[in-house]
Design a protein around this ligand. Sequence first.
Ligand code: HEC
Length: 123
Amino acid sequence: MQVTIRSLLTACLVSSALLGMGNEASAAAKSVQEQKAEEACVVDPRGEILSLSCASCHGTDGKSVGIIPSFYGKSPEYLEAALKDFRSGTRYSTVMIRHAKGYSDEEIRLIAQYFGTVWQNNK
Ligand code: HEC
C-alpha cells in the first residue's frame, strides 16, 4: 500500500506540473483542470481497503484469472456506473447484483476510483 500511495502521489505531482505549464490557454478551463488534478492528488486509502473484497475474484488490480471478467484499464466512471447498475438490477448478473448491494454511493465511488486508477501506475 505504501508503494502504491507513493507512486500515485508522484503521478499526481507530475500531472499537476504539466497542467501548470499550459495555464495561459484559458482561465476558465484552467481552473476546471486544476480542480481535477487536485482531486486526483487526494489519495484516500479507503478505496484500496474496500477493493480487497473484490480481489478474490477480480485480482488486486482488476486483472482476473479464469473466467471472471477483468476490468483492468477501465475508467472510474465506467466502474462506478457498472457497480450502480448491478446494485439497482439494471444490469443483470448472478453474483454482482448481490455483491454491489452491500455498498453505499460513497463506497462505490471509492472502489471505482481505486480500480479505475491503479492500472495507470502499472502499465
Ligand atoms: C464471487 C466473485 C466476485 C466478487 C467477490 C466480485 N465480483 Fe465482480 N464480477 C463477478 C462475475 C462472475 C462477473 C460477471 C458478471 C456477469 O456477467 O454475470 C463480475 C463482473 C464485474 C464487473 C463488470 C465487468 C465489466 O467489464 O463490465 C465489474 C465492474 C465488477 N464485477 C466489479 C467488482 C467489484 C468492484 C467488486 C468488489 C466490490 C467485485 N466485482 C466483486 C464476480 C465477482
